[in-house]
Ligand binder design. Structure first.
Ligand SMILES: Cc1cc2nc3c(=O)[nH]c(=O)nc-3n(C[C@H](O)[C@H](O)[C@H](O)COP(=O)(O)OP(=O)(O)OC[C@H]3O[C@@H](n4cnc5c(N)ncnc54)[C@H](O)[C@@H]3O)c2cc1C
Length: 317
């Protein structure tokens, strides 16, 4: 018996969200008294997974697997390792691969899970609904369970151990899809992986004023984002649009500058741990969702913030 976790990488490095997913899977394996098997995908150094409790590391190296092949690989390893629980992160790849694995293993699949199971018989997990506005308990009644972990819900927990490492040869025969190219924003921090996101809204008035957002993001080591109208008007690229119809943000710190806080915007950002809002209008709806609010003009507040942060960094260098 084992718990299997999918440890995907970005350019060979485990993402923070992957380490969180592995930490979470370790907690389940402890609960069940079983081994944790981590399937490491294209990592330059897979031994890092030992720090988060993996007892076995199955090393897969393949540049060209598509989602169906990921699912086939994970399914085959899950069968070989007699896995009763398979854990993936709720990210783009996890969301598309998890249902395929569940179908192949005849398993129940629950996404958006936010905590370790509250019961193992029946196996009961807590998941969030409606962009985190409600929480529900779900029993997974199948023998094998597939779980999608919501980002930023468990945290990264070190549990050093020694793992056995084996290589696995994935089948790369082409099926129906092949990825032919990927365009990445080079040199920029991706919103999905960012710890801190600085986001600007229509209140910044024109595209050139987004230098304020970029400057604040640079000093914080943050990703930049924006509200929908800002990308609709072409002030910022669509890849930065966050919200219900844009990218979801689950950062540790989300700083919203001159964004009103419409429900469609909040739906995409309220998984963030701490929200700071800067807005001239004390009645802006975002203040109700904020942890910290500054009622003030972004053109005065943000430069002061940058100045203070730079001074703080210089003092603490
Ligand atoms: C189906 C649907 C889906 C949508 N999906 C999304 C989505 O995914 N993401 C999204 O963002 N929106 C989405 N929207 C749009 C959403 O309803 C809002 O219209 C949008 O979020 C407003 O953007 P904003 O806050 O930047 O602009 P505004 O509503 O114009 O707000 C600007 C804010 O800036 C403040 N401000 C002005 N000047 C300053 C200053 N100098 N300093 C500080 N503050 C200042 C104002 O007080 C105001 O609160 C969607 C709408 C629909 C109908």
């Amino acid at each position: 018996m084992s718990v299997l976790v999918f440890a995907d990488t970005s350019e060979g490095i485990y993402k923070k969200s992957t380490l969180e997913t592995v930490s979470y899977a370790k907690a389940i394996s402890d609960l069940l008294g079983s081994e944790l098997v981590a399937v490491s995908m294209n990592a330059t150094d897979n031994t890092a997974l030992q720090n988060y409790g993996a007892n076995q590391i199955v090393n897969v190296q393949s540049a060209s697997l598509n989602n169906k092949q990921y699912a086939a690989t994970l399914t085959q390893i899950a069968k070989e390792k007699n896995s009763t629980v398979v854990v993936l992160g709720n990210n783009a790849i996890g969301n598309s691969v998890a249902p395929l694995i569940a179908a192949q293993l005849k398993a129940g699949y629950t996404s958006n899970v936010v905590a370790v199971p509250i019961n193992t018989a029946p196996f009961t997990v807590v998941r969030k609904n409606f962009s985190g506005k409600a929480f529900g308990q779900t029993q997974i009644l199948s023998e094998v369970k597939v779980i999608g972990l919501a980002k930023n819900s468990f945290g990264i927990v070190e549990k050093p151990t020694t793992a056995t490492v084996t290589d696995f040869q994935a089948t790369e025969t082409n099926t129906t899809l092949a990825s032919v190219s990927v365009d990445k924003n080079s040199g920029k921090i991706a919103i999905a992986d960012a710890d801190i996101v600085v986001s600007g809204g229509r209140g910044l008035k024109e595209a050139s004023n987004f230098s304020l957002i970029e400057d604040l993001a640079e000093v914080l080591g943050a990703a930049t984002a924006c509200s929908k109208p800002v990308s609709d008007m072409g002030w910022r690229p669509h890849s930065e649009h966050v919200g219900q119809t844009g990218k979801p943000v689950a950062a540790n710190l989300y700083i919203a500058v001159a964004i009103s806080g419409a429900i469609q915007h909040l739906a995409g950002v309220n998984a963030s741990k701490t929200k700071v809002v800067i807005n001239t209008d004390p009645e802006a709806p975002f203040f109700k969702a904020a942890d910290y609010g500054i009622v003030g003009d972004a053109f005065e507040v943000v430069p002061k913030l940058i100045e203070k942060l730079k001074a703080f960094k210089a003092e603490n260098a």
